[in-house]
Design a protein around this ligand. Structure first.
Ligand SMILES: C[S@@+](CC[C@H](N)C(=O)[O-])C[C@H]1O[C@@H](n2cnc3c(N)ncnc32)[C@H](O)[C@@H]1O
Length: 238
């Protein structure tokens, strides 16, 4: 899904001013408030290029998991010595439990329907120590999605120019983004397209997924991330 664009991912979001330092700081604050399991093992699910882990690893013993090998290669290079797992968030088994589990930047919405969302959060819960916390940053709500929205991102760095364009579409509760890329580097110019399908889950669907997984959950509207807020699930300490 990101295999062609992975190496431009960080430059694209740098151009947008995405602030991983501040986001990692907020994760630490939320975890300090919510987490009662007493350890410092953190799993970042759908970790992408490992940018959050880069700023979390001074506080937590971090591991990452992602379904895309190309993203994981970049995450490994960025975070030497940390463990990264190739896996699908919907159902994986690492054979260990964590104090903090994160799934950020809307990655959860790659779950294609409510049943898969529920399975994903159950998988997260199975990897959580008693008293641990799960922090999920959702994708947009159904009413927030604008069909026909024209979007473009540009990277303008000395040896790299990228234009990424899309016109948003919708198929029932699935948002469809066909990203068209044009990339110029010293190797030349190439173009390619990557399709993404992200489910527009409702707040109730998120909240119910946590509850069905046996977790307490709170929606934190304003937590220093995007306007989408964060779902914070936690389990009772033993
Ligand atoms: C928008 S990126 C977010 C990456 C990272 N969390 C960040 O904040 O920069 C979405 C990530 O979700 C991953 N992903 C999508 N579906 C997945 C799945 N079923 N299981 C695990 N990772 C998945 C993609 O490979 C990609 O790295």
């Amino acid at each position: 899904m990101y295999s062609q664009s992975a190496k431009y991912y960080d430059a694209l979001y740098r151009s947008l001013g995405k602030d991983y330092v501040q986001e990692a700081q907020r994760i630490k604050e939320i975890a300090a408030e919510r987490c009662r399991s007493g350890g410092n093992d953190l799993l970042d699910i759908a970790c992408g290029t490992g940018k959050h882990i880069e700023y979390l690893r001074d506080t937590y013993r971090c591991e990452g998991l992602d379904v895309d090998r190309t993203m994981l290669d970049i995450a490994r290079e960025r975070n030497p010595g940390m463990q990264f797992h190739l896996g699908d968030m919907i159902g994986f088994n690492l054979g260990k439990k964590f104090d903090v589990i994160t799934c950020l930047f809307g990655a959860i919405s790659y779950a294609p329907n409510v049943q898969r969302l529920d399975q994903s959060i159950q998988t997260f819960a199975r990897h959580l120590k008693p008293g641990g916390a799960v922090i999920v940053e959702p994708w947009l709500r159904p009413e927030e999605w604008k069909d026909g929205f024209v979007q473009a991102l540009y990277v303008d760095e000395p040896d790299l120019k990228v234009a990424r364009m899309s016109v948003s579409r919708r198929d029932a509760n699935v948002s469809i983004l066909n990203f068209h890329y044009m990339v110029a580097s010293r190797d030349g110019i190439r173009t390619f397209t990557e399709p993404h399908r992200l489910t527009l889950f409702t707040p109730d669907e998120y909240l119910n997924a946590f509850r069905k997984a046996g977790l307490f959950v709170q929606y934190e509207e304003n937590h220093g991330f995007s306007a989408r807020g964060l779902y914070v699930g936690y389990s009772r300490a033993e």
